[in-house]
Write a protein that binds this ligand. Structure first.
Ligand code: GAR
Length: 192
């Protein structure tokens, strides 16, 4: 018997390459479907990606995010999984408690290294280069009330070679993200 795909809501406010990987993966997928994008930057590249795929989006700002009306709008989409894919704001306790075990984040480093406020995007890769690390990678984890501290679901690693820069490490890390994020989301939806 055919079942209805589960609902995935993306929170993303950057270029949107992970959002695109998620949307594409779930476009013709019996397990899940991306039903909404939540974004806090009206200039973010991810908005054009959502529009191109006919995904509705909700623009939030500091006053509306996490408030009652926002929660009502979000609840209307009945999210089974909320995926932070390049979303930098802290998730407030009301939201975390409304979706226990159903909010995940992707971080472009091997947490607990290079996590916390201000550690995102190229700042992470620059710190990895400055430390002389020989590997980096990604962490997909559940979201709790502290930045980058929820339980890890999966990590994947890449090697850093002599001559690698923050940019080249960033490309390797994004490559890992684009394959592991959709696969992990699908795994979690199947387990629900
Ligand atoms: C991704 O590398 C993601 O891991 C990172 O933002 C980038 C978004 O890229 N998230 C964080 O740094 C969270 N602390 P994208 O907009 O191309 O998907």
């Amino acid at each position: 018997m055919a079942t209805t795909p589960k609902s995935i809501v993306l929170f993303a406010s950057g270029a949107g390459s992970n959002a695109q990987a998620m949307i594409r993966h779930f476009e013709n997928n019996a397990v899940g479907r991306v039903v909404l994008l939540v974004c806090n930057n009206p200039k973010a590249g991810v908005l054009a990606i959502a529009e191109a795929h006919n995904i509705p989006f909700l623009l939030v700002d500091r006053t509306t995010f996490g408030e009652k009306l926002f929660l009502e709008q979000l609840n209307a989409y009945k999210p089974d999984l909320i995926v932070l894919a390049g979303f930098l704001w802290k998730i407030n306790p009301e939201l975390i408690h409304a979706y226990p075990g159903r909010i995940i984040n992707i971080h472009p480093a091997l947490l607990p290294k290079y996590g916390g406020k201000g550690m995102y995007g190229r700042f992470v890769h620059e710190a990895v280069v400055a430390a002389g690390d020989q590997e980096s990678g990604i962490t997909i984890h559940f979201v709790n009330e502290q930045y980058d501290e929820g339980a890890t679901i999966v990590q994947a690693r890449c090697t850093i070679k002599p001559g690698d820069t923050a940019e080249s490490i960033g490309r390797k890390v994004l490559g890992l993200e684009h394959s592991f994020l959709p696969a992990t989301a699908e795994y979690l939806l199947r387990e629900q």
